[in-house]
Design a protein around this ligand. Structure first.
Ligand SMILES: C[S@@+](CC[C@H](N)C(=O)[O-])C[C@H]1O[C@@H](n2cnc3c(N)ncnc32)[C@H](O)[C@@H]1O
Length: 315
């Protein structure tokens, strides 16, 4: 068997290392307010940690489980097989929730969860170059039907566009220098691997300016992932669409990991007349959760409730 075939076989079964620890689980459970017989949307299924907890708490619910990563969804499907036809799997972006519900003949739902970003599976095992510690193809697509990989971007965009991505999405103060080095490097050879990129960044940022607790490539990798997956555009569209999918009183829970995402959620929850914010400030993980799960540290949960916009307009 070739190495690739062995790897792809190995990837078909979820292993312990694939299992993403769901963040802010208790807070989501109390925020989403599960009711018996309700229908919920997990817009970012991942490995199904939140969905499994929904069923454990309220077995007679139904869940529309969305993820645009088909490979990860196949693993989650196996993991959640005991819930049978109480789960509808939809391999698509959460920005398309309205269409998905209409295809399922579901007019409205009782609650929606988005747990943004990427999963431990995608980072550790997908082989798509999300980790700066691994030597993998520099791909970074979550939806593998997308046209543009991280390598495509870095090997074709002008210097200014690369700098802007790294500066805006990565909040990286060395963006200009990193972008310049990428453009110099690709004159000799296209960038193709995650390790190649991370080593380049490691060399470009002077040692004394390496962040103390982060790998110097962390911010650039985050920026590229956001750009490749058009993450902010997906969230913007979702914030327009999702309130209309909720029943009156239904809850919208969004966990974000980036200040730009949190700002979009905060502004939408404040200004959208279809929504009433339930959390004034974002809910952060407890010290205990942060110490047990490093990935939870930057998580922020905001919750809003669907209200009738026309009645509030009359007030
Ligand atoms: C943080 S993980 C979710 C983890 C999940 N809550 C769990 O407990 O296992 C985020 C997931 O959302 C998916 N995702 C990100 N953006 C998406 C989008 N626009 N539409 C659908 N899925 C998306 C990713 O592919 C990833 O599997």
């Amino acid at each position: 068997m070739t190495n690739t075939a062995a790897l792809s076989l190995e990837r078909q079964q979820p292993s312990e290392s694939d299992i993403h620890t769901p963040v802010l689980l208790g807070e989501v459970m109390s925020g989403i307010g599960l009711v018996s017989g309700g229908i919920y949307v997990d817009g970012t299924l991942g490995m199904g940690g939140h969905t499994a907890a929904f069923f454990a708490a309220q077995p007679d619910i139904r869940v529309v489980a969305m993820d645009w990563d088909a490979e990860s969804m196949a693993l989650a499907r196996k993991r959640l097989s005991m819930f049978g036809d109480r789960i509808f799997f939809v391999n698509s972006s959460f920005a398309r929730l309205k269409e998905a519900l209409s295809e399922l003949n579901i007019p409205e739902v009782d609650g929606i969860l988005l747990d943004l970003g990427y999963s431990s599976y995608q980072l550790e095992r997908s082989g798509r170059g999300f980790s700066f510690l691994r030597d993998e193809p520099l791909d970074m697509r979550m939806d593998m039907t997308g046209d543009i990989t991280a390598a495509d971007m870095l090997n074709s965009l002008p210097h200014e566009a690369i700098e802007k991505i790294i500066h805006v999405y990565g909040e990286e103060s060395w963006a200009k220098k990193i972008a310049k080095s990428i453009v110099e490097y690709r004159k000799l050879k296209p960038l193709t691997s995650s390790l190649e990129l991370s080593q380049l960044i490691f060399r470009v940022i002077p040692r004394k300016f390496h962040p103390r607790r982060l790998h110097p490539a962390t911010r650039t990798f985050q920026a590229l992932r956001i750009a490749v997956n058009t993450e902010l555009e997906q969230l913007r569209t979702a914030l327009e669409v999702l309130p209309d999918c909720l029943k009156n009183g239904g809850r919208l829970c969004i966990i974000s990991f980036h200040s730009l995402e949190d700002r979009l959620v905060k502004d939408a929850f404040r200004s959208d007349r279809r929504l009433a914010p339930v959390t004034k400030k974002p809910v952060a993980p407890s010290d205990e959760e942060s110490s047990q799960n490093v990935r939870a540290r930057s998580a922020k949960l905001r919750i809003a409730s669907r209200c009738q916009s026309d009645s509030s307009e009359q007030d």
